[in-house]
Design a protein around this ligand. Sequence first.
Ligand code: FAD
Length: 278
Amino acid sequence: MIPPIASNFVAGEDPETALEHVRELNERGVKGILNLLGEHYHDRPPADEDADAYVALVDAIDESGVDACVSVKPSQIGLDVGGEVFEENLARIVDRASNRGVFVWVDMEDHTTTDVTLDAYERLARETDGMVGVCTQANLKRTGEDLKRLAPLPGKVRLVKGAYDEPREIAYKKKSEVDRVYKEYLELMFREFEGGVAVGSHDPAMIDYARDLHTEYGTDFEVQMLMGVRESAQFELADEYEVWQYIPYGSKWFSYFYRRIRERKENALFALRAVVGN
Ligand code: FAD
């Protein structure tokens, strides 16, 4: 069982509990992006197993009637085994999901995976006429060029600051630099994209900037934030804009929870208060 302090960031161990969380969110105007926790499988069987679990999940989303989509990590469905395993599993998930009317996001991992991830996205975006989305990372210097490539495609693009520690030759390292290029890329997206812009950030400055760009260019956008982070802001924003909460679930919850705790002092204090019962 997931301890109460972790359940702030992880919806549960099984899809039923995660769907129940989505149902509650939907009642408050927020939609759900479900992510089965798992990454970096070096053998094919666990990668195929998680792909099977996603196929079952899109069926369950459709049957339950909740407003939800899924988000998949390439290394969870076989990228470390081989590019063709990843592509095969992703195509299988997207095929079932698009038949069920369920949207599929592809998360972005470290820079060695960017090309194969964008290539798979491009192919599937065209084949499904936009039933997929991909994540791009502002900390990578290449992202401006990638966004120009993605602009004319159907589908959606999520811009995040980037969670991986990348080499300085190819990445911006300082927070101030990443914040500056995040705004630059956001402006490019609102200007060049016809829609499908997803602002994957908790940063109030980035959300405010997206609002300004929406006023200037009229481009539709959505806001995406993680479960357990600035949730009151998520509910407030949902009165005005489309808001999606990224919801991890599954038995591999511990390392995800540990990352969230290490990331932020306030999360660690929150966890500590829960432990000492204050
Ligand atoms: P920051 O500058 O880090 O934070 C801004 C403010 O938000 C902070 O001052 C704080 O008030 C609040 N905040 C941010 N994070 C936390 C937290 N954990 N706990 C408490 N408060 C917090 N990265 C990838 O590399 N690949 C992906 O596929 C990917 N997918 C993502 C999907 C979603 C929906 C989101 C929201 C993020 C995703 N990320 C991904 C992570 C992203 O790259 C950043 O590491 C993360 O979002 C923190 O950056 P930020 O934009 O929120 O801004």
